[in-house]
Design a protein around this ligand. Structure first.
Ligand code: L34
Length: 319
């Protein structure tokens, strides 16, 4: 009896060691660090341009209303612009601004030779047609890549398309972290035109036809995908990209051991004391014990989105 008890104790001890070993086994994909690295590379190019009397790009951000998240994101974009050496400016509109006034402002910026990049921060109030606004922007100044000409160029593998910053951020994290994608299985949760769908497009693109192709086999899930469907797909996935804004959508039990997890979701949750905390779509605590690589929230895709915006602005004067 004692022997059995002892061997059980030993077994549990071994299991414990194993469990401890698996705790935080995933490599953290540090978006903040990679973002700094990208920004430093952009800064070096812009320093060179400035020294040689070449044009320093200008970014104009349009903010409508005072959405708390937008305030933070715009602040981060302006700070990055300042760091890398991009001139920037914010135009603020009251949330009651008419569509007509917004359009006339954008048209002025479209023809202003001092403005290289135009960005209208989303979301916009309900009385304003987001699609209309995004498609009024001069496609050559559309540093968000939301204009249908830029989206269409990406669809058709045309080289000089401006691509959306969040999809570029996901790709850049994968590339700089040496995550293999060719022939791998990927699941994208979310099909939004600005995030989920373009991420899936970049992941599936053919590297023989475009320089950005990642050659993965991609499934795209949406709100109608059942939990069991999602689970079946994720369990087979080498890469999971989640961009839904649903906290705890991705749990450890549906993640293949060693998979790479990119969390694009950002949800603000109010603590009991009234302060806010940010969470992603991924149950980080559980999934980080199973996954091979994982991005945190905050400090993951968000800061990289800002870095890729700087890259898009630089491209407007380089190409
Ligand atoms: N037009 N609207 C337009 N272009 C965009 O590219 C965006 N997006 C999304 C919202 N609306 C947009 C952004 O800029 C999301 N987004 C964005 C930008 C920055 C960050 C996150 C999302 C970011 O910096 N996140 C940090 C801190 C966030 C915080 O403290 O609230 C992070 O560590 O995740």
């Amino acid at each position: 009896m004692n022997m059995i008890a002892n061997s059980l104790k030993n077994y549990l001890k071994c299991r414990q060691i194993q469990i401890n070993f698996h705790r935080f086994s995933a490599v953290l994909l540090d978006g903040k660090r990679i973002s700094k690295q990208v920004q430093n590379e952009i800064k070096a190019k812009l320093d060179y341009r400035q020294k040689n009397g070449l044009k320093v790009p200008q970014l104009t951000v349009i903010q409508v209303g005072n959405n708390a998240a937008s305030e933070t994101y715009i602040k981060n974009k302006l700070a990055a612009a300042k760091y890398v050496g991009i001139d920037s400016k914010v135009i603020n509109f009251n949330e009651n601004v008419s569509e007509k006034d917004l359009i006339s402002c954008i048209k002025d910026l479209n023809t202003d030779a001092n403005v290289n990049g135009i960005l209208v921060q989303l979301p916009l109030p309900n009385h304003i047609d987001k699609k209309l606004i995004c498609n009024i922007i001069n496609p050559n100044k559309d540093v968000d890549g939301f204009h249908y000409q830029n989206a269409g160029k990406m669809f058709y593998d045309i080289e000089n398309s401006i691509k959306a910053c969040t999809p570029l951020a996901v790709v850049e994290i994968l590339k700089r972290s040496n995550i293999q994608t060719l022939g791998k299985t990927a699941v994208v949760c979310g099909r939004s035109k600005n995030v989920g769908l373009p991420i899936a497009l970049l992941l599936q693109a053919d590297s023989k036809k475009t320089k950005w192709g990642l050659d993965a086999t991609v499934s795209i899930c949406n709100r109608n995908t059942s939990r069991s469907q999602l689970s079946d797909l994720c369990k087979l996935a080498d890469i999971i990209i989640s961009a839904t804004g649903v906290p705890n959508l991705i749990t450890a039990d549906i993640v293949k051991p060693g998979a790479c997890i990119i969390d694009v979701g950002i949800t603000r949750i109010q603590n009991e004391n009234g302060t806010f905390k940010l969470v992603g779509d991924v149950n980080f605590e559980g999934v980080s014990k199973v996954a091979g690589h994982i991005t945190p929230v905050p400090g993951g895709v968000g800061p990289m989105t800002v870095a890729m915006l700087m890259q898009n602005v630089l491209n407007t004067v380089e190409s």
